[in-house]
Design a protein around this ligand. Sequence first.
Ligand code: GAR
Length: 207
Amino acid sequence: MKNIVVLVSGSGTNLQALIDAQKRGDIPNGRITCVISSNPNAYALHRAKENGIGTRIIVPKEFPSKEIYTKALLEALFQEYADLIVLAGFMTILDPDIIRVYRNHIINVHPSLIPSFCGMGYYGLRVHEAVLERGVKYTGATVHFVDEIADDGPIILQRPVKVEPGDTPEILQRRVMEEAERKILPEAVALYCNDRLEVRGKTVVIR
Ligand code: GAR
């Protein structure tokens, strides 16, 4: 059984999708053991508590340096015996020290079809604003392993979503969450926990 630690910063829709999948028995070889929030007011914390999941609050700006913040976060991950770390709407870029320790054990969900609309500056609603400005007909979501470059790691799963006439960033965000993120994140976590993911260079092979 793998210990899953979920890192959040906001509303926790993706955390909820993982909790629901766990309750349905769709992640038989993993359990969410802790939720760590970078934001003390994140609604995600409420979702965790309602479901009996332990929580920690580690706020980057409360530390004198990124190095000391990174040490505190690593310490928490060790204390939780984390096997898998899921970034579910987590808005802090992880330090390379954390990536080195947990390479191919950190999964992120991003609300576009990587490599479009991703990297520095593309997060949350901004991604959907950029999608609408560019006028693409399809967007979607991606789940990938995290490496040292933002949104650049090996891709595990992707799902396309149609952009409809009259979409606002908020409407599109909701559709991407409901039709893509909510499905592929629990699926990728289950695949990881079942030891089905093999990373070969930039490619993830699903065994
Ligand atoms: C989600 O759409 C997630 O993909 C995105 O922020 C939202 C968080 O929602 N993450 C990023 O943009 C990271 N680059 P949630 O807190 O309700 O899951």
